[in-house]
Design a protein around this ligand. Structure first.
Ligand code: 3PG
Length: 213
């Protein structure tokens, strides 16, 4: 866990229009990638726990890029939450929601942006204190139409649609009052990482800053 002031899920969502969903296979990429996103105006970085190097990457970013706020994505268990916090993550993003996970993130001092795809999942997360949620997988689970339908019964919940969101369709999501930001992997393309093309990542970040009016 970090000594830094605890951040909230809403702060994570409001900082920029897009939360980049990042998959890193090499620790060497972590710091230059984080600096490239920062240069483009993106500070909230979701490094997914999908590779053997993910925790080491979170650690490197937390240590060497203090202007960024590094979080862990693909957090699915209490062990994931603990490991992420130990590595220096300040927030967690999960593909679904369980009571155990909500409690684990709370215990670890991590803000949690829990994933939901149904009304029952929203109701459980809300009952347990989470009103800022990731809608995942957004496109596959109903996209803009689903969020419009939810805006009635879940008028007090705000979403970060993630999964299938891109520069091409993000504006449709931002037109909705219950969308604060979107998540997406397009800011850090695998080929840009492979080539060390940091300026391309900076440009993608810059372009994404213009998405929310
Ligand atoms: C994921 O889990 O990989 C995220 O939802 C990102 O989805 P995307 O690649 O469609 O942006």
């Amino acid at each position: 866990m970090t000594d830094e002031v605890k951040i909230s899920a809403l702060q994570v969502m409001q900082d920029a229009p897009v939360i980049p969903v990042i998959v890193l296979h090499s620790v060497a990429d972590a710091v230059p990638m984080a600096r490239a996103l920062l240069a483009g105006g993106i500070r909230m970085l979701e490094v997914t726990l999908r590779t053997t190097q993910a925790l080491a990457c979170i650690e490197a970013i937390a240590r060497e890029v203090p202007e960024a706020v590094v979080g862990a994505g693909t957090v699915r268990s209490r062990a994931d939450a603990q490991a992420a916090a130990m590595a220096g993550a300040r927030f967690a993003v999960s593909p679904g929601y369980t009571t155990v996970l909500g409690q684990a993130c709370c215990d670890a001092g991590l803000a949690l942006l829990p994933g939901v795809a149904t009304g029952s999942e929203i109701m459980l997360a809300r009952e347990e204190g989470f009103t800022e949620l990731k809608f995942f997988p957004a496109l596959q689970a109903g996209g803009v139409a689903m969020l419009k339908a939810w805006s009635g019964p879940f008028f007090d919940v705000r979403f970060c649609p993630t999964g299938g969101v891109s520069l091409n369709n993000a504006a449709d999501f931002f037109a909705l009052p219950n969308v604060v930001c979107v998540g997406g992997s397009w800011l850090v393309p695998p080929d840009a990482l492979a080539q060390g093309d940091w300026s391309r990542i900076t440009q993608l970040a810059r372009d994404s800053r213009r998405l929310r009016g």
